[in-house]
Design a protein around this ligand. Structure first.
Ligand code: 7TS
Length: 407
């Protein structure tokens, strides 16, 4: 079990108060997690001691910076059990990782009429790149339906697979329903039908033990900022055989082996996909985040979040007029999206904020999912390794206060 009190001390922001003197109750980790001092210091140290551009210099600082940057990649690769760090491409975030696959792999391999299967619970970042490709290429899109209780309908999925899609792309964990999808099964079924599988791991890598080889994922996308790391950096895992065969995404410095006036030869992996000066400090922070999570243990983190989520769902359900979305705690991660009868989710969030309670309100970049459930928006509380039952209680008290204010 985690020593939460000790863990909370690693996150300086959890000590702060709002302008009206309330302690911050941070229940918005699904949007971005808070950062431990270990990550902040790793980035500070780099700027204080080792700042230089990477891969281009022989001087001490350049070599140190390169070692730190590449060392972080090694540890990120191990964290998701990639076969090699060559299979981990630094990107800006999950969104860019998915776009990289859509531009490089999909524009090379898909033609008009080819089918890509997505799901109804996707974040916009795993919808819009495919809409764009549909407009440009005439690919077809189909969606695995979401059931009333927030699970994917795998029977409908099996039926879609008879149409021989080229790619299945889905979120491992939903940022609204919290649903943890059976990724291994979905990927196995995709492969049996001859499709590749791209997994949006924005919400899974921060919270679960993810093993890309056990999953047999072809591509796996995630963001550092949701897993205790900095903004501005994420990763795309891809099987080396696929990445080798793909053309570069962006062109420029670092991604080349040789440039002539009229031609270029692309660099080897992973540099082929990393054009220009990258987010060096952020990569180092990403590595420190992975070290931090690993030291605590992903299974411990998942167990703690399960306990908090189970408690939160139970307490929220007690409140008259609260409607929760998504499956029960056994099928989901630390996300509780809900509506409060007769009160707009934005009002709920705004009133909670007066007591320092940070929840998010809106469509959470999953508009089609909200449309499916016939609502424009939800309020969403989300939990991480530093969340406590005490914070859940404060949320519940806050919601009673909201109800009282609205009569
Ligand atoms: N996929 C999922 C499942 C997500 O939850 C998010 C971000 C993304 C992709 C995009 O990640 P990014 O790092 O590229 O922005 N989700 C949220 C959210 O729920 N609220 O703010 C961001």
């Amino acid at each position: 079990m985690l020593n939460i009190e000790q863990i909370r001390k690693d996150f300086p922001i959890l000590e702060r108060e709002t302008s009206n003197g309330k302690r911050v109750i941070y229940l918005d980790s699904t949007a971005t997690s808070q950062k431990p001092i270990q990550v902040i210091e790793a980035m500070n140290d780099y700027y204080r001691r080792s700042n230089a551009n990477i891969h281009r210099g022989v001087h001490t600082l350049a070599e140190e910076a390169t070692t730190l940057y590449e060392g972080a990649r090694e540890r990120i690769a191990k964290f998701i059990n990639a076969a090699s760090s060559r299979e981990v491409i630094y990107t800006r975030n999950t969104t860019e990782s998915i776009n990289l696959v859509a531009y490089s792999w999909a524009r090379t391999n898909l033609k008009a009429g080819d089918l890509v299967v997505l799901t109804e619970m996707e974040h916009h970042s795993n919808l819009v790149p495919w809409h764009m490709l549909q407009a440009e290429r005439g690919i077809e899109l189909e969606f695995i339906p979401v059931t009333e209780n927030g699970l994917l309908d795998l029977t409908a999925y099996a039926a879609l697979l008879t149409r021989s899609p080229k790619l299945v792309s889905f979120a491992h964990m939903s940022n609204v329903l919290g649903t943890i999808n059976p990724a291994r099964e979905i990927i196995r079924m995709a492969h049996e039908a001859g499709a590749l599988a791209l997994v949006d791991g924005a919400q899974s890598v921060p919270h679960l033990n993810v093993d890309v080889r056990e999953l047999d994922a072809d591509f796996y996308a995630f963001s550092a900022h949701k897993m205790c790391g900095p903004t501005g950096i994420g990763a795309l895992y891809g099987k080396s055989s696929l990445l080798e065969a793909m053309p570069p995404f962006l062109g420029g410095g670092d991604m080349i082996k040789e440039v002539k006036l009229r031609s270029f030869r692309a660099n080897s992996l992973p540099h082929k996909f990393e054009a220009g000066t990258p987010a060096i400090a952020e990569a180092i922070g990403f590595g420190a985040a992975v070290d931090y999570l690993k030291a605590i243990g992903m299974d411990n983190i998942a167990a703690h979040e399960h306990e908090i989520t189970e408690y939160a769902l139970e307490r929220l359900e007690e409140i008259p007029g609260v409607k929760l979305f998504g499956p029960d705690a056994n099928h989901k991660g630390g996300v509780a999206a809900f509506t409060l009868e007769g009160i707009h989710p934005h009002d709920v969030a705004q009133i909670l904020d007066q007591d320092g309670i940070a929840v998010r309100a809106g469509h959470h970049c999953a508009q089609p999912l909200h449309e499916k459930f016939g609502i424009p928006a939800t309020s969403r509380a989300s939990f991480y390794l530093y969340s406590t039952k005490d914070e859940v209680d404060l949320l519940v008290n806050g919601l009673y206060k909201v109800k009282k204010m609205f009569g």
